[in-house]
Design a protein around this ligand. Structure first.
Ligand code: PRP
Ligand code: MG
Length: 212
């Protein structure tokens, strides 16, 4: 019988909560994440530990069947991927921020400016909707440092507690979207795997109800 391949974030904010929900629905994993793949002992499931940004493409290609991933990453990279379930953890928002000292009045203040981000598609769409043209600098991490080193006038990144913005003397000026962890599904899922997914989803719904 084929196993359902579930992708989770290898390391980072989602990892711990992702492993917890798998445990709570009764899927016990044998080995740690040093191994990039692990089989469940008691369920036809394999867990793959992957980099966040790679997961949407793996879903599209059907290399993995489902994933626990931030909605923000799906919106940035995976527009044709279905969300089966919102999971209620790892909530954050994707925001634009500028140095505290800037007298920001409206989005028009971003016209012609340099914006550093790891979410270029999300920012591009947002600016386009607002008829603003700006120059994007794509950075993969530590985006909030960009204004301080003279690389950009503004940044766009995820904000959770707000502490990274605070530490870097930045203030949030635009909120583009809200996000949380979701269960995302490959567009090329076979029927037998859908049957396994149905069982998992049923268990997830019970666990989430219990958490309320
Ligand atoms: C993430 C994100 C923000 C920060 C937001 O960075 O890119 O910088 O967390 O969280 P906060 O509002 O609670 O401070 P992360 O620490 O994962 O590192 P990275 O950007 O280098 O990947
Ligand atoms: Mg960061």
């Amino acid at each position: 019988m084929s196993k359902l391949r579930i992708a989770v974030q290898k390391s980072g904010r989602l990892n711990e909560d992702s492993m917890r929900i798998l445990k709570d629905i009764g899927i016990s994993i044998d080995n740690g994440k040093d191994q990039l793949k692990a089989s469940a002992r008691n369920f036809p499931v394999e867990v793959f530990y992957l980099r966040n940004g790679d997961i949407p493409q793996y879903l599209k290609d059907g290399v993995v069947d489902v994933a626990i991933i931030g909605e923000n990453v799906l919106i940035e990279k995976g527009n044709d991927i279905r969300v089966a379930e919102k999971l209620g953890f790892s909530t954050c928002r994707v925001c634009i921020a500028v140095p505290k000292s800037v007298d920001y009045k409206s989005i028009k203040d971003l016209e012609g400016k340099r914006i550093a981000t790891s979410y270029p598609n999300t920012v591009k769409n947002y600016l386009k909707e607002n008829n603003i043209s700006a120059n994007l600098h794509i950075i993969n991490g530590s985006v909030e440092i960009a204004p301080n080193i003279g690389l950009a006038d503004a940044i766009c990144d995820i904000v959770s507690s707000g502490s990274t913005l605070f530490k870097n003397n930045l203030k949030e000026v635009e909120m583009i979207l809200k996000s949380e962890a979701v269960l995302a599904v490959s567009p090329v899922l076979s029927n037998d795997k859908q049957a396994i997914l149905d069982k998992i989803q049923f268990r997830i719904q019970s666990v989430l109800k219990g958490r309320q």
